[in-house]
Write a protein that binds this ligand. Structure first.
Ligand SMILES: Nc1nc2c(ncn2[C@@H]2O[C@H](COP(=O)(O)OP(=O)(O)O)[C@@H](O)[C@H]2O)c(=O)[nH]1
Ligand SMILES: [Mg+2]
Length: 272
């Protein structure tokens, strides 16, 4: 069901550290959505992707190929990734125009392997501005193995909020690849995300007083500003948590199929 007006669909950027499961999530979410009335359009903004398993309506590799950048500028893969991101930035208007032309109800965007290539280079701010901030949000993926230690978990909370701050978009945190975690580890991580005191206690044991105080104070401050607190488990492997992504999008942008609920509408109203 395509919107009645010509407004372009809202955009969810999938962001996270290298290997967090971004590309897999775009694949799983698109596959899952085929059974709904919501049409999910996938876009690839990672010039370094070797292979993607989703149907990309737009693929940045059509504009810029990492192999060509390495060749042409005599760069290794890391330097080429950075230059490629800047080359995409130079074409942000073009990319935004192509995304604007896409019809559908929701666009999910796969972003470059390393989080800093999306969060800290000019390319993304540029692109987000072109697309319109009101139309975009971030799905931030926590790496499950890193999340098992209190300091790894806290570091990702901080990184996620830095990305949220930097890009200025509503952000929701998801625990990626939750199928890889032992049930007791999963429970503990979710408990940390719900009760700051339990995280503080665990972190104190691991990192001592000074580091804990620093981190917990930061987190407390951040929580006051977070629009979508908490951490939701996901598994692309098992297609778990896909509905939670859709609910988050509906809460922000409304519409999209029939699953809209009261909570979604409340949040939507707050943003107006
Ligand atoms: N068990 C499991 N493995 C996953 C899941 N999602 C991704 N992976 C694996 O994690 C690795 C990195 O995933 P990828 O999507 O390429 O990460 P990206 O760098 O963030 O795009 C791949 O080997 C995936 O098969 C998941 O939900 N469960
Ligand atoms: Mg990827």
């Amino acid at each position: 069901m395509v919107g009645l007006d010509n407004a372009s669909p809202p955009v969810l950027f999938v962001v996270g550290t290298a290997g967090a499961g971004k590309s897999s999530l775009v694949t799983a979410f698109q596959r899952w959505s085929r059974f709904l009335e919501t049409e999910v359009i996938a876009v690839n903004l990672d010039p370094g992707a070797e292979r993607v398993h989703y149907d990309a309506e737009f693929d940045v590799r059509e504009l810029i190929s990492l192999a060509e950048v390495m060749d042409e500028y005599d760069l290794g893969p890391n330097g080429a990734q950075i230059l490629a991101a800047d080359l995409v930035a130079a074409q942000a208007e073009d990319v935004a125009e192509q995304l604007h032309a896409i019809s559908g109800e929701l666009i999910v965007v796969d972003t470059p392997g390393q989080v800093e290539l999306f969060a800290f280079r000019e390319a993304s701010s540029h692109l987000i501005e072109q697309l319109g901030k009101e139309q975009a949000a971030i799905i931030y993926l926590f790496d499950p193995m890193l999340s098992r230690s209190p300091s790894g978990f806290v570091s990702q909370m901080l990184l996620s909020s830095i990305v949220e701050f930097r890009l200025g978009l509503p952000t929701k945190n998801f625990l990626s690849k939750s199928d890889l975690l032992q049930p007791e580890d999963l429970d503990r991580i979710l408990e940390w995300s719900e009760r700051l005191e339990s995280l503080e206690f665990a972190l104190y044991k691991e990192a001592g007083g000074q580091r804990t105080e620093f981190a917990i104070n930061q987190l407390r401050l951040m929580q006051n500003f977070s629009q979508a607190p908490g951490l939701t488990p996901l598994s692309s492997e098992l297609e778990d948590g896909m509905a939670d992504i859709l609910t988050f999008a509906q809460a922000l942008f409304g519409g999209m199929g029939d699953a809209r609920d009261g909570f979604a509408q409340d949040i939507g109203n707050e943003r107006q």
